[in-house]
Write a protein that binds this ligand. Structure first.
Ligand SMILES: Nc1ncnc2c1ncn2[C@@H]1O[C@H](COP(=O)(O)OP(=O)(O)OP(=O)(O)O)[C@@H](O)[C@H]1O
Ligand SMILES: O=P(O)(O)OC[C@@]1(O)O[C@H](CO)[C@@H](O)[C@@H]1O
Length: 315
């Protein structure tokens, strides 16, 4: 069982347009609606592969009800924590050439009592001794930048590994507090965390090692079209595949993390599966997550200890 926590979930609405004309009336030809938010997407991808997952989410107003209904439709077990504010809707504008424009709403402000209730709901799930807990996405106002530090305390008390995918100050605080099993920044998020540009593989590996030195076991850095790097105690590993034209990149990082959790074996095996799931996600519309038939592990190439001088854009 994997428990996921999404402090700021969303109903994801994707509108497909041929070409987006900024400042004009654009007419979409298709819309896709999915239960969204990073932790929910991880749970959805795991469930589509027949694995056990449960998603803990604050839920409020009509869109909160819609969110939990969408999860139920997809057979994703949810633990909704009632909140007074309205759950947000996030918009994706998807162009035919693969260009993705996303507008994420701020989401409702949570009261201190609602934040405590969310942490208590996670605490109750962790009492069942799941294999891991994944916390992912941005924080709503009111949660406090130390929310993931508090969550790490809860996970630590239960001895459950915590995997974190977030950004900005909440990521920085959690990394500095230590005790994380894994963080999954993309290249920009890692660069922001260490406060410098990352150009080469060596730059990314050095930044990941700084994170590890602060008390995180592994760093999975997703590099968009250029695959992903896994840095842990051993030698770094890169995985990626042939170029493809994305249908929607939304949630690709979440499917990557789900694939990583689903896989067994060496670091290379787990990274290969993670990248295969991420690649499969970008070939699906909106925030659709891949199932077993979508994933092609054989297309993914793995390189142990990649050349540190290579620019990540050349991978
Ligand atoms: N354009 C692309 N072509 C091929 N693979 C891609 C592309 N974009 C993403 N991927 C795959 O998906 C993985 C995750 O992508 P990315 O690094 O963009 O994650 P992210 O920024 O966390 O995304 P999100 O926040 O939308 O989930 C990559 O490691 C890669 O395997
Ligand atoms: O605003 P956040 O929490 O950073 O990101 C939310 C979000 O963009 O992330 C998911 C894709 O990873 C989407 O389902 C969702 O709309």
């Amino acid at each position: 069982m994997i428990v996921t926590v999404t402090p700021n979930p969303s109903v994801d609405r994707a509108l497909d347009v041929d070409t987006l004309e900024v400042g004009e009336v654009n007419r979409a030809h298709t819309t896709h609606v999915h239960a969204g938010g990073k932790g929910i997407n991880v749970a959805r991808a795991l469930v589509r592969h027949g694995l056990d997952a449960v998603a803990v989410v604050p839920s409020g107003g009509p869109d909160g009800a819609r969110l939990t209904a969408l999860m139920a439709e997809q057979g994703v077990p949810a633990v909704p924590v009632p909140v007074t504010g309205d759950t947000r809707t996030n918009i994706t504008l998807q162009e035919r050439d693969g260009t993705t424009t996303k507008i994420n709403a701020p989401g409702p402000r949570l009261s201190a009592a609602e934040v405590d209730a969310l942490l208590e709901a996670v605490d109750a799930q962790l009492a069942g001794a799941p294999r891991a807990v994944v916390a992912a996405g941005s924080l709503p106002a009111g949660a406090g930048d130390d929310f993931f530090v508090r969550l790490a305390d809860v996970a630590g008390r239960h001895g459950v590994p915590l995997l974190l995918d977030t950004s900005g100050a909440p990521l920085g605080q959690a990394v500095r507090a230590g005790g994380l099993a894994l963080v999954k920044p993309n290249e920009d998020e890692l660069a922001e965390m260490v406060g410098r540009d990352l150009v080469t593989v060596g730059d990314v590996v050095a930044a990941a090692r700084e994170v590890i030195a602060l008390g995180t076991r592994e760093v999975l850095v997703s590099l968009g079209a250029h695959g992903a790097l896994l840095v842990g105690a051993g030698e770094p590993v890169w995985a990626g595949g042939p170029a493809l034209v994305p249908l929607s990149t939304v949630g690709a990082g979440d499917s990557t993390l789900a694939g990583f959790l689903a896989a067994d074996g060496t670091a290379a095996d787990r990274l290969r599966t993670a990248v295969a799931w991420g690649r499969a996600a970008v070939l699906l519309p909106g925030t659709e997550v891949p199932g077993p038939d979508d994933v092609d592990v054989d297309q993914v190439r793995v390189v142990l200890d990649p050349d540190p001088h290579l620019a990540t854009k050349e991978l």
